[in-house]
Design a binder for this molecule. Structure first.
Ligand code: SF4
Length: 427
């Protein structure tokens, strides 16, 4: 691993991170990347020269195990080690993500208001100005090419890139499945169907469109264009998200077409990262009605498949309050099938989403235990239950949040399924 020392910067053009995603409590990088270390910050870039991580050095930085990450959608996320104990119990990860956009965050504070985090964000264009001046006298060519690539990817270029990504897939991904946390949300999005079946009243991520599968030609076109879009950095990916809100309803033919085409076109067999993954959402109806053959086919793919189903509640009053037009009987039928699929297919994990919040009917939480505890004879390590906080404006004070977190931990200790909080993260 060759490094160059130039004008108080240490530049390492090729760093090899982990080839697998691990859940660890210290800053950890995966994939291949390049790095520039200045006296105050560590900047890391993907293989296309785009800034991906910034981490502060020294006492001013909030915590040595915290960092900033930029997503392909050009959002910054602050990975916090948290002031709270139990971060892993809440989220299944050793960090807590703070988003730079509105979400259903249940943790206090906002590091984007912190002076040192602010400086880190500002340091990035300053570094670009500095290396621009260094380029004419930089040798060898390999180093000069890297610095040129990095300066070309300025803030305006990165904004245009994220717009391009959204254009290619036909809009922003308003929410990623909670299971994508297993690959640090590093998924290539391919939209197989727009809209959803229910248009639930409570939902903040719906597009409002009626459910409509994309034509095969559109899906193949997206994959071709995405391959070009990710370019050199495709080597750092091994996971896809088949969107949007109910890909499972798109049916076997479209799902298999998208999954097999993506695997081949993106050359996941040659990816730097091991173990390809496929993520998608499904609905109560699609889970109940989908043909068994789809699971057999998914199971035969090289991917590990994670399917997340929005159940929301097992209580009819709560479903009414949420304005979710499904019956509680159907929710139970879907849950039974989730358990069955998890038992039957080793390479498929189906997880379920439920809401939680302060003002829901009193039957909601006990109804969740009916499913996550009483339906099971013993604890399971597969088929997580995710609880998505409903954070209305008046829930945003510290005490309300803490009360909700205490309620969550109480439910978690009784649940026989792995149980975590689900935050709305977009791409
Ligand atoms: S919760 Fe799911 S089904 Fe309901 S409106 Fe939102 S995206 Fe659509």
């Amino acid at each position: 691993m060759e490094s160059y020392s130039v004008d108080h910067l240490i530049i390492t053009p090729d760093k090899k991170g982990s080839r697998e995603f691990y859940k660890v409590s210290f800053p950890f990088r995966y994939g291949r990347f390049s790095e520039i270390k200045s006296p105050g910050f560590i900047f890391q870039f993907n293989l296309s020269g785009e800034i991906k991580f910034i981490q502060g050095i020294g006492q001013n930085w909030p915590h040595p195990a915290e960092w900033l990450k930029r997503t392909a959608g050009n959002d910054w996320i602050y990975y916090s080690a948290g002031n709270y104990r139990d971060i892993y119990d809440y989220f299944g990860e050793y960090y807590f993500p703070y988003f730079s956009y509105p979400s259903n965050s249940i943790m206090d504070g906002n590091p984007f208001n912190d002076q040192s985090v602010h400086s880190a964000m500002k340091s990035w264009p300053l570094l670009q100005d500095k290396i621009k001046k260094l380029i004419p006298r930089t040798k060898p060519k390999r180093l000069k090419d890297l610095l040129t690539r990095i300066t070309e990817k300025d803030q305006e270029a990165l904004r245009r890139r994220s717009d391009q990504l959204h254009r290619l897939i036909g809009g922003q991904v308003t929410v990623l499945p909670p299971d994508t946390r297993h690959v640090d949300y590093e998924v290539i999005p391919i939209i197989v169907a727009d809209g959803c079946l229910y248009h639930c009243g409570f939902c903040q991520v719906k597009t409002g469109q009626d459910f409509s599968p994309r034509p095969s030609k559109n899906i193949i076109g997206q994959i071709k264009n995405l391959k070009q879009f990710y370019g050199q950095d495709l080597y750092n990916y091994n996971a896809i998200f088949l969107g949007q809100h109910d890909a499972l309803s798109a049916g076997k033919e479209l799902l298999m077409l998208a999954a097999t085409n993506a695997y081949e076109s993106f050359e996941f067999e040659r990816s730097y990262l091991k173990g390809p993954s496929l993520f998608l959402f499904g609905s109560v109806d699609s889970m109940v009605h989908v043909e068994e053959k789809l699971f057999e086919s998914l199971s035969a793919l090289p991917f590990s498949t994670y399917l997340n189903i929005g159940l929301e509640s097992n209580d009819s009053n709560t479903l009414k309050v949420l304005k979710k037009p499904v019956s509680v009987e159907k929710v139970r039928e879907a849950f039974d099938r989730i358990l069955e699929i998890n038992r039957r297919y080793e390479k498929i994990e189906v997880t379920a989403n439920f809401v939680f919040g302060r003002d829901l009917p009193s039957g909601h939480l006990p109804s969740l235990l009916e499913l996550t505890r009483h339906k099971l004879n013993s604890s399971c390590n597969k088929g997580a239950a995710y609880l998505s906080p409903l954070m209305e404006e008046r829930m945003r004070d510290q005490e309300s949040k803490r009360k909700l977190l205490r309620g969550f931990l109480k439910l978690k200790t009784q649940s026989r399924l792995p149980t975590f909080i689900y935050l709305i993260q977009r791409l």
